[in-house]
Design a protein around this ligand. Structure first.
Ligand code: SF4
Length: 355
């Protein structure tokens, strides 16, 4: 199958054209200043599901706060989540933290340059392993993500559905055959840059493309039709009411989310799934669930937050209380202390409604 796909493909010339273009056009990114495997690891985890422009300031702050694996390993999880606040997919931060602790305990703080050892670390899958091995250690490992699959599905006219796991494995085998063994770091980063700047999902700029003469999709005029990707399932919509509960001194009630699952260990304003609890029973519900007596106030606004698999539709209400919280999930804190806790984006937005 792979041999057939690569039949007639000029691998050496492709490597040369790509790497030459990369060396002359590479993006100036902060994690490219040197080949520090820790920084490359952090950047690759942040870049999963997230745009480069969004990642850059987070990366710079994160590395300033945790400049070495040792510094990150010693940090409190709440501080790591705070540094990640707003980036989303917080399990990435928790897994990175766990894995870095292991690197410090087991490998004396040196990121292993062994692909099997890397794969055993929490949060490192085939893509991140390949990126670290190739970019930091200049070893010829494929690093295949959605961008890379898009480029190669066009270059080699591969019409398999890239939403399927087996297609990713096919691309890994393809890239393993094509990757430059002399300069795998530039090869993989060249493909990443090509996918980000030229071979974009919509309207690829084929006339500027350094590998145009190798591209089968371009020669057939079908580049806009590739890659083939089946639609993800529609997200489930969940309606919530979120409560901004304040006492007379203006202290605010916040709640720590469970230590597993979506947004684990982040903080939020108490949030109730409104389908299960009717609004007229809300005060009773809060009293029985949290042991907190509240008086419901006015609706302040409505917001929607879209995750990859669900959508939160949140109505935001004011509420007051004269109680002190006793439930161990809750805290009652001054308003100006809110920014010391990690909150997911929709709950950060709600802060503007606090009185
Ligand atoms: Fe992508 Fe066009 Fe270049 Fe082919 S020629 S790799 S479709 S940008």
């Amino acid at each position: 199958m792979i041999e057939k796909l690569l039949d007639g493909f000029e691998t050496t010339r492709f490597q040369h054209d790509l790497i030459e273009w990369y060396e002359n056009n590479k993006r100036d990114l902060p994690w490219r200043k040197n080949q520090d495997p820790y920084k490359i690891w952090v950047s690759e985890i942040m870049l999963q599901q997230t745009q480069v422009d969004t990642v850059i300031p987070y990366f710079q702050r994160f590395i300033k706060q945790f400049p070495t694996p040792q510094a990150l390993a010693l940090a409190e999880e709440q501080d790591v989540l705070k540094a990640w606040e707003g980036l989303g997919y917080y399990s990435r931060a928790r897994n990175l933290h766990t894995a870095v602790k292991e690197v410090v305990a087991r490998y004396n703080g040196r990121v292993p340059n062994d692909s099997k050892q890397l794969l055993k670390l929490k949060g490192i899958g085939p893509y991140t392993k390949g990126a670290i091995m190739s970019i930091a250690f200049n070893e010829p490992y494929p690093a295949v993500d959605g961008n890379v699959m898009r480029v190669f599905s066009r270059v080699l006219k591969i019409e398999d559905d890239i939403a399927q796991a087996k297609t990713r494995r096919l691309f890994e085998r393809v890239v393993a055959k094509i990757i430059s063994t002399e300069n795998p770091s530039a090869f993989n980063q060249g493909i990443m840059d090509l996918g980000a700047t030229i071979c974009t999902p919509k309207s690829p700029q084929c006339l500027l493309c350094p590998v145009q003469s190798h591209c089968r999709a371009f020669s057939e005029g079908i580049e806009e039709w590739l890659p083939v990707k089946s639609k993800a399932k529609k997200q489930k919509r969940i309606p919530y009411i979120s409560l901004l509960i304040q006492d007379k001194q203006g202290h605010v009630v916040i709640e720590k989310r469970p230590n597993e699952g979506l947004l684990a260990n982040l903080w939020q304003f108490p949030m109730v799934p409104i389908k299960e609890i009717e609004i007229k029973h809300l005060e009773n519900y809060i009293s029985s669930e949290y042991g907190l007596n509240i008086r419901l106030g006015n609706k302040q606004g409505q917001l929607r937050h879209v995750f990859s698999h669900i959508i939160w539709d949140i109505e935001v209400f004011h509420a007051t209380t004269t109680d002190k919280v006793t439930d161990k999930r809750l805290k009652q804190i001054p308003k100006d202390a809110l920014d010391t806790y990690p909150f997911p984006v929709p709950h950060q937005k709600m802060m503007s409604h606090l009185s």
